[in-house]
Ligand binder design. Sequence first.
Ligand SMILES: Cc1cc2nc3c(=O)[nH]c(=O)nc-3n(C[C@H](O)[C@H](O)[C@H](O)COP(=O)(O)OP(=O)(O)OC[C@H]3O[C@@H](n4cnc5c(N)ncnc54)[C@H](O)[C@@H]3O)c2cc1C
Length: 379
Amino acid sequence: MPKIPRILVIGDGTAGLNFANKIRRLLPADDAFVTLVGSSSRHYYKGDGFLLPFGYKKPNESYKPVDFLLDSRVEHIRDTVTGIRVNDRAVITRKRTLNYDYLVIATGAKLAYEMVPGYLGEAKHFYDFEHSMELRGILERFNGGNVVIGPCEVNSPCPPSSFEFAVLLDQFLREKGIRDKTSIKYVYPLEKAFLLDELAPTLEQILRDSEIEIVTGFEVGSVIQKNHELHSKKGDSINYDLLILVPPHRGQDFIADSGLKNVNNFVTVDKNRLNPEGHDEIFVIGDAADLPIPKAASAAWMQAEYVVKEISHRLGKMMIGSTYEGDVGCTLYAGRGLGMTVYFNYEKRPLASKPKRFDYLLKKMESDAYFSAIARGMI
Ligand SMILES: Cc1cc2nc3c(=O)[nH]c(=O)nc-3n(C[C@H](O)[C@H](O)[C@H](O)COP(=O)(O)OP(=O)(O)OC[C@H]3O[C@@H](n4cnc5c(N)ncnc54)[C@H](O)[C@@H]3O)c2cc1C
């Protein structure tokens, strides 16, 4: 009897769950073993980092048990990956060694606070559940002052997040009746308010309409805790009462020793095929990949869709293979109860809709669509 190939997925976040569920539904059990390795017991919807700090969402609506989201026909190994031996086609975890015919790396990014001296213990963020809840407590007690918001780097997952958080904070403070007691400064490393040229003027106008001061060319260097000062790499400084900084991100440590080419532990891949050089049997999807597009959940599940088709094709289950064209589409909070949707790919420059109430409501309901369809690999 021919050997049944093993598709091994490492990382049980957005990309890993979407991919594992999708390929399991497509391929009958006789065609492939699908194994997912990850140590999370519950899966948090990171987009709710925009809502939890303002009390716009109940905390227990933002996560679901991984086993509830994962197709029961996927083998789920609760473990942590510590290494990959690409020449042996083996993944090493804390407890075992797992062989694969196809490997899908979906281990995302980690927060790298150590890149900014003084960050820990002082700056706040909304990039995971615990820190979003910490901010919720802080904002409940907040009575006004100087708030400084911005990203430490421009290429962190969800690049517009500091902009979105700033305009939501403006909305929240107006609702709370303390906007006139608060100044909001938006700091950004580039000489424009956002990295995509097509969007920057619109976002700058929205920030100005929300009476948010824009400080461009401010590359975060360090936090001087005792003076409540944020310093740029050039030596400029800004005072704050509340500092909200998206931390730098890096790929997982085990990538460094895997022999796979990488930039800051993000795996370098062919941008259309998502394979690391010399390894057609390995695919990298989601935040773990170094690609010339922003890191986003919407990019991750479109990458997963491509890899599902490509592996199925290689296993003789699909007539034609496909490529990934760099598609990304996401809806942004655009201030004053509005939202806007942006779409682009490697070829098409970004196209954005006008800010609309409908897009705001769509974005607020995103977690429902996420848990019922996206994480389950239905789309
Ligand atoms: C506040 C916020 C808002 C966002 N809003 C949007 C949005 O509106 N639209 C959008 O498209 N994107 C958005 N994003 C980005 C999006 O959440 C990420 O791009 C997406 O989660 C990436 O998915 P991933 O699977 O690559 O990484 P993750 O979802 O982070 O999953 C990685 C998984 O790998 C596991 N893992 C890591 N290391 C190991 C190891 N050694 N062994 C085993 N498992 C491991 C982790 O535990 C985790 O489960 C937002 C992000 C944030 C923080």
